[in-house]
Design a binder for this molecule. Structure first.
Ligand code: GLV
Ligand code: MN
Ligand code: MN
Length: 418
């Protein structure tokens, strides 16, 4: 490198603003659900930026996108970075996007500094980190890691009953072969994801960078409840088998299971609760719930999961409501690679940036990339720890520092012989 990489935060900030404007909802809300018109437009936009940066593009059968800066030694495994650009309904503009646009700027900064990587540097834009469409998160990285079998992937259905197969074909990925999505073990030398913390610790402690050592274990349940509908005036209370009320009791049981698990790290959320017919003078006959349960420890997460499943059984029996319960995913936590964590911490020390080693309570594509190769994450603070909300915010300076750490980390890793 002729000089230290200089991050152009004005350009990156403009690009963050441009991408935020590609949304299914009016600003400041960002919503980009997998394979929606906004998701497809955002993909095209980001691929354009990659091309302008001189990167070579490849896509796979589920729409994972790979943008490569070739290295001097093609025999060596590339170093990878990346994140996602899909966004849950009513989201903000930084979750995932900082790790994608930030990586493009990190690569441009390295190029401007005259850096010539020995190993290729590859940006991965993962398909559907968010669970909105299919109920499970990290569809793209799960498949890259071989953690979602082709049979299970084929069985995924969205809220309208559309399959992944139909949707990926409609989105233009039909010519690619699903069997070729899974990566070979150690096809990358390392994976490093830049992301906002989505929690309050870095801001609270005034620390600009977090280095992730572990990612909490997520799980998701999907529940369909079938009761008996009827006239809200004519159907007497003892006759009722109200699907919503069963669902409401179950949502409280989720809260109870999380708060009494014995671990302060167990968190349970009933984030989806839809009813049918949804008319004020009609007893709800159907309800659909999706429940998210996580912990940094598998044992307490699994025990709480078991208690929730028992509660579903008991509550439905008591209320005469039938149910179908599906475990959509029950994942292990990720342990990040200690050497890689040290590399990032060393870069922070070199840049004189205080850094904190930490646990990620949110999940990320790194959860699955850690099954493929040594992996870790770089966290930057976000205001009030707020995320998955339109008022999510990281300042230009916070982003600039994160991108600088990413750029230098990629440079170190791309020069390493082993
Ligand atoms: C990711 O968006 C998560 O829900 O942790
Ligand atoms: Mn998210
Ligand atoms: Mn994210």
């Amino acid at each position: 490198m002729n000089s230290a990489p200089q991050v152009n935060i004005e350009v990156l900030q403009r690009e963050l603003d441009q991408l935020a404007a590609i949304s299914e909802s009016p600003p400041p809300v960002v919503t980009r659900v997998l394979f929606s018109a906004a998701d497809l437009k955002a993909r095209a936009h980001v691929k354009g930026l990659c091309r302008e940066a001189g990167l070579t593009l490849r896509e796979d059968a589920v729409g994972n996108t790979f943008a490569r800066w070739p290295g001097r030694d093609p025999a060596l495994a590339p170093v990878a970075t990346g994140s996602h650009i899909d966004a849950i309904p009513n989201a903000g503009r930084y979750d995932g996007v900082v790790g994608v646009l930030g990586a493009i700027e990190a690569i441009r900064a390295l190029k401007r500094a005259g850096f010539e990587p020995r190993r290729a540097i590859e940006l991965i834009i993962f398909t559907a980190e968010e669970p909105t469409r299919f109920g499970i998160g990290c569809v793209g990285s799960r498949m890259l890691a071989g953690s979602l079998s082709l049979e299970k992937a084929a069985a995924l259905r969205d809220g309208q009953g559309k399959s992944l197969e139909e949707l990926r074909r409609e989105a233009g990925f039909g010519e690619h072969d699903l069997r070729q999505v899974q990566l070979a073990p150690n096809c990358y030398a390392a994976f490093v994801e830049l992301h906002i913390e989505q929690g309050p610790l870095l801001e609270r402690e005034g620390i600009p960078v977090g280095v992730v050592e572990r990612i909490a274990a997520p799980s998701t349940l999907r529940l369909q409840l079938t009761g008996v509908g009827g006239h809200a005036g004519a159907m007497l209370m003892p006759e009722r088998h109200d699907a919503l009320l069963a669902g409401a009791e179950i949502a409280l049981a989720v809260e109870q299971a999380a708060t009494t698990s014995g671990s302060p790290d167990t968190v349970g959320t009933t984030g989806v609760f839809r009813i049918k017919p949804g008319a004020v003078n009609s007893v709800p006959c159907r309800a659909w719930l999706e429940i998210d349960l996580r912990d940094t420890q598998v044992s307490t997460r699994d025990a709480a999961l078991g208690r929730i499943e028992n509660s579903v059984d008991q509550i439905c029996k008591q209320r005469g409501v039938s149910f179908q319960l599906q475990r959509l995913n029950v994942d292990a936590p990720a342990i990040c690679d200690p050497r890689l964590v040290q590399t990032v911490a060393g870069v922070c020390a070199e840049l004189k940036l205080p850094a904190k080693k930490m646990v990620s309570r949110a999940y990320h594509d790194t959860l699955f990339m850690a099954q493929v190769c040594p992996a870790t994450m770089i966290f930057i603070p976000c205001r009030g720890g707020v995320s998955h909300r339109p008022d999510e915010y990281s300042s230009p300076e916070q982003i600039r520092r994160g991108v600088e750490v990413l750029a230098l980390t990629l440079a170190r890793l791309a020069q390493a012989a082993a």
